[in-house]
Design a protein around this ligand. Structure first.
Ligand code: NAP
Length: 254
């Protein structure tokens, strides 16, 4: 994919989808900034795996609900690498709650981590990319719940819906700098966000008959990070095994 030497930040790459993305980009020749909210065993182990194939990679921590942490993370990136080529806005939280009981602080936290942080990271990354004058790629990890409602997910769905619109706004304003911005609309993927006990419940609605893997998202991120799709921007690509194909998708009898 001709990614050798590219500098890539994957937010939330301590585990789950982000870990798979960081691992694949590293094996494609990128130098990674492996990120988590704080220093955990999971973050260190993800970083160690990345370092085996990409020794120049670094590990960083930033609590994404704190803009000051995001500022510090990007200062570290600028000091260490002088710029950034690829940003994957992957980190997110769910914190489900019935809408009538949803606390303001939970609404604020989900919107802050899942929407404001991707905006702030894209703004920092866009500035670094513009300064380097070598273009860039921003990939937002969205969800089918950006479009389809789900009980107890009003805040999560609202944030992901707005992330889709943000993707298009960024794509529009950054196109002249040769920066492409796209989103991946993920269906049910096997991670801690979709625990095993909940996975079976999804199966009846997925025409492919299975939950997706983290690698299946990582493959698309790798493609979107490459120069093979320089004319693709502002797109939302759904990877959901057919989950959102329509009414008949959830009715195997039809
Ligand atoms: P996950 O396994 O729960 O991992 C979440 C990652 O985000 C972790 O690395 C975590 O870091 C980081 N993170 C969470 N809150 C943070 C905060 N406040 N500050 C900094 N980092 C934070 O999640 P996942 O299932 O891989 O999901 C990844 C992305 O895919 C998300 O955007 C999610 O909405 C999207 N998605 C997932 C599914 C699915 O079925 N899994 C479906 C659709 C969309 P720590 O380890 O430090 O907590």
């Amino acid at each position: 994919m001709e990614l050798k030497g590219k500098i890539a930040l994957v937010t939330g790459s301590s585990r789950g989808i982000g870990k798979a993305i960081a691992g694949e980009l590293a094996s494609e020749g990128c130098t990674l900034i492996v990120h988590g909210s704080r220093e955990t065993d999971a973050l260190c182990s993800s970083f160690e795996e990345v370092k085996k194939v990409s020794p120049e990679s670094i590990m960083t921590t930033a609590e994404l609900s704190k803009p000051v942490d995001i500022d510090k993370m990007f200062s570290q990136i600028k000091e260490t690498f002088g710029g950034l080529d690829i940003l994957v806005n992957n980190a997110a939280i769910q914190n489900p709650s019935p809408v009538l009981e949803l606390k303001q602080e939970d609404w604020d936290r989900v919107l802050s981590v899942n929407l404001k942080a991707p905006f702030l990271c894209a703004q920092h990354a866009g500035r670094l990319m513009c300064a380097k004058k070598a273009g860039g790629k921003i990939i937002n990890i969205s969800s089918v719940h950006a479009y389809d409602a789900r009980r107890n997910y009003a805040h999560y769905s609202s944030a992901k819906g707005a992330l889709e619109t943000l993707t298009k706004s960024l794509a529009l304003e950054l196109a002249e700098f040769n920066i492409q911005v796209n989103s991946i609309v993920a269906g049910a993927i096997a991670t801690e966000l979709t625990p095993t006990d909940r996975q079976d419940k999804f199966l009846i609605s997925i025409p492919a008959g299975r939950i997706g893997t983290t690698e299946e998202i990582a493959h698309l991120v790798t493609f979107l990070s490459s120069n093979k799709c320089d004319y693709l921007t502002g797109a939302s690509i759904t990877v959901d095994g057919g989950l959102t194909l329509g009414f008949c998708a959830s009715r195997p009898d039809l």
